[in-house]
Structure formats: C-alpha cells, structure tokens
Design a protein around this ligand. Structure first.
Ligand SMILES: *Cc1c(COP(=O)(O)O)cnc(C)c1O
Length: 421
C-alpha cells in the first residue's frame, strides 16, 4: 500500500497509478544495489508532492523576476543555510536541476569553449560530464583524463600532477561514479594550486558519507563542490553547488541565468527536508553503516574468489571484475536482476571489452542500509550473488526465481518508506 496514498491518481489515471504501485512493490521486494540509488524518507516524498510545484521563482531570494515569493524566498534560504551548515561551506546554490547541469554550470563559470579541463576518465570511474566525448562537456571543451594505476586500481597522483603541469587545465575535477576508494582532496588541492586551476570536487556519490562523517570532506580543499542530492545524501533528485565566498557569484550567475530558468521549488523543499534529516545523529549512524556494510560485502565476495577493483572498498561502492568468473558484466547483471538483486554492468579499469558489454558490475550499500540491513546480512547476500552469477555463467536459469523468492522473504522484514504490503 502506498504511503502517502495516491487516491487521486488511482481514481483519475489508473494506468499511471498501476505503474507507480508496481514500481513501489518492485523496490520493496528487491536488493537494490545500484550505488547511486537510495530510498528517501516519507517526509522527503511528501515535500516533493506539494503546491510548491505551482510556483515560478526565477532569480535568487530577494532578487526574483516574478512576484509572490513571500514564502519561496525563506524556503530556499533555509535550504541554503542547512547545506552550508551541514558541510561547513560559505555558500550553497540549491537550484541545479540535477548533477549534470550542476557540472555544466561549473564549466560555464570557469572555462571558455575549447579550454582544457582535467578529470578522471569515464573508463576509470569518472562521470560522463567530466569530458566524455559523447557529452557536451567533451565536445565543447578540451578534456584531458587521468586514470588509475593498473596494479592498485587507485588514482595515480603523480600522473595527475604531471598532466596538470603539462596541460595547464582551467579546471581540475576530482570524484566520479565508480570510485571505491577515498579521494585525497588535499593532494588534488596542492596540484590545482601548483597548476593554477580551479579544483572542483564532484561528490555526487559520497555526499551522504561526507555529511555523516564517513568520508573526508572536500570543504577547505576544493573551492567549488558539486553534488547530487539523491544518492547517499538521500534527498530528492536534484543537485547543489557549494563554494567558498570567492567563487559564489560566478556559480550563481552560471546556474541562473546562465543555464536554467526557474528553480523547482518542490525539489528545494525536499532538499531542505533531506538536509534536516542529514544533520541528525541517526544520519551519522547510517553513513558509518553504509561503509561497514560495503566492507563486509567486499570481504564476503573476496572470500568467494571475486576480483574487486582496488582489492576492496573504503566507501559505499564495489567494482567487481568478473573476468575470472567466466561471465561478462551484462549477462551477470541481467541474471542477478531476475534473482532479485539489482545492480549495473560497468566497465572496469583497462577493460578489454566494449563499454556496452563490459567486464564488470558496480554495486553499493546505501539503499540496503537505509532499510536497516547490517554486516550480518552481507555473507548471505554474497552467497546469493555467487549462486546467481555461477548459474548464469553456465546458462542455468533454474536457481534465479528461487533466489528472488528467498530475497523477497528476507526483505519483507525491512520495509521501505513509501510502500507496505
Ligand atoms: C550521478 C552523478 C552525476 C550526475 O547526476 P545526474 O543527476 O544523473 O545528472 C554527476 N557526477 C557524478 C560523479 C555522479 O555520480
């Protein structure tokens, strides 16, 4: 059953209501291991479904282009203040529609078309918006990429420094979407200072860990920090850019009017509510548990002979190279999905296979931690994963539905916000 219920959609548009109900059930019945996903609280869900969506508010508090901002101005100001307080930043812009536009705003603020930017390559764990050739950021700028060391699976800081001093990028980005290890912000800051570049920390994946004290913070090292709000931070889909005082104005101008029109006020409310939750002591417990669960899952998979990129994890995320298991990432991910374990196929560093059919899988523990699962459940999860992957490697589909049913039974004791049986 839906909480909060959706009786109007049920009555007016059963076709859409049916899909929403079924998606809620699907999210409740599966192990959701996609490391960028989570379950938001009921309070965040409620905030996103309010009359705030009716209002246009181009501009910033006190400087809007439409009348009627008596209540939106304090709403957005509270969201900014909560972000600034939670992360200890001078300034927060809470208007970016999502992580990709937030990153584009950074380019607009600090680079001209054709300028060089230095970031992690997509194949090593960077994001599309870090200058991939298929992204506008790769087409309109001149990306130079660093990767990881083959032996360690970790970023090679000497390589980053050499590239920075040789290429003299305007912007250096640290962070990514498939990085299982701690990011060394002070080391990146030293390189950026030496090269005369603006250091941008893209903490989209790990913002919740940083807020909860489970990963070092980029604040004080990177003058510009972009993040989504919907990954480990557990808010609605959206983004924020945190800056020091010096970089605040160019970022604000780049977001509006540079890139966007009116902010999504219902999302701003959801972000404010999520930031309030992230400031509570329970959130620190959650962040620590996300990491403890990831380490326990990594240990259990290593025990079963899985090849983890970098040999393990420091954060919420695991990258597994399946080459030694005789199966590629995509068929493994498909079989796991049918077995009730949802994750994504992913390239691994130095992948011999193509990006659309790569060698690895990427998984993480934020969502299962939000549901209340702990280290003691991780060996069981690893056993189910191993059984499904082994079966799939032999084209044996027989165990998959049985595993899905066993997982459904276990997860019935860990309800999700938003739906109950
Ligand atoms: C998810 C992510 C983004 C993009 O966020 P969207 O909201 O999907 O646009 C940007 N950078 C990193 C590192 C990410 O993980």
């Amino acid at each position: 059953m839906h909480q909060p219920p959706i009786p109007q959609i049920d009555a007016e548009d059963p076709e859409i209501a049916g899909l929403i109900h079924d998606e809620a059930r699907r999210q409740a019945e599966k192990f959701r291991l996609i490391p960028s996903e989570n379950y938001v609280s009921l309070a965040v869900l409620e905030a996103c479904g309010t009359v705030l969506t009716n209002k246009y508010s181009e501009g910033y508090a006190g400087r809007r282009y439409y009348e009627g901002q008596q209540l939106i101005d304090p709403l957005e100001t509270i969201a900014q203040q909560r972000a600034q307080a939670l992360f200890g930043a001078d300034h927060a812009n809470v208007q970016p529609y999502s992580g990709s536009p937030a990153n584009l705003a950074v380019y607009l603020a600090f680079a001209q078309p054709g300028d060089t930017i230095l970031a992690m390559s997509l194949s090593a764990g960077g994001h599309l918006t870090h200058g991939s050739p298929v992204s506008v950021t790769g087409k309109w700028f001149r990306p130079v990429h660093y990767g990881v060391r083959r032996e360690t699976g970790r970023v090679d800081m000497d390589d980053v420094r050499d590239l920075a001093l040789k290429e003299r990028p305007k912007i250096i980005i640290c962070g990514g979407t498939a990085i299982p290890r701690t990011i060394d912000y002070p080391a990146f800051a030293a390189i950026a200072a030496e090269a005369g570049a603006v250091l941008v920390a893209d903490m989209a994946h790990i913002a919740g860990l940083i807020a909860g004290g489970a990963h070092p913070s980029p604040v004080g090292h990177a003058p510009v920090i972009t993040t989504t709000t919907h990954k480990t931070l557990r808010g609605p889909r959206g983004a924020m850019i945190l800056t020091d005082a010096e970089h605040a104005s160019p970022i604000d101008k780049a977001v509006f009017p540079g890139l966007q029109g009116g902010p999504h006020n219902h999302t701003t409310a959801g972000i404010a509510v999520a930031l309030h939750e992230a400031a509570r002591p329970e959130f620190r417990t959650y962040a620590a548990q996300v990491v403890a669960n990831a380490k326990a899952l990594a240990a259990a998979l290593l025990d079963r002979g899985y090849d983890l990129v970098s040999g393990g994890t420091d954060n919420h995320l695991l990258l597994v190279d399946l080459t030694n298991k005789g199966i590629a990432g995509k068929p493994a991910a498909k079989a796991l999905d049918r077995a009730g374990i949802e994750l994504n196929f992913n390239s691994v560093p130095f992948d011999q296979r193509r990006p659309l059919d790569p060698s690895g899988i990427r998984l993480g523990t934020p969502a299962l931690t939000t549901r209340g699962l702990t280290e003691k459940h991780m060996p069981l999860l690893a056993a189910w994963m191993d059984e499904a992957i082994t079966a799939a490697s032999k084209d044996d589909e027989a165990p998959l539905d049985r595993i899905a049913a066993e997982i459904r039974d276990l997860l019935a004791d860990f309800p999700i916000p938003g739906w109950s049986a």
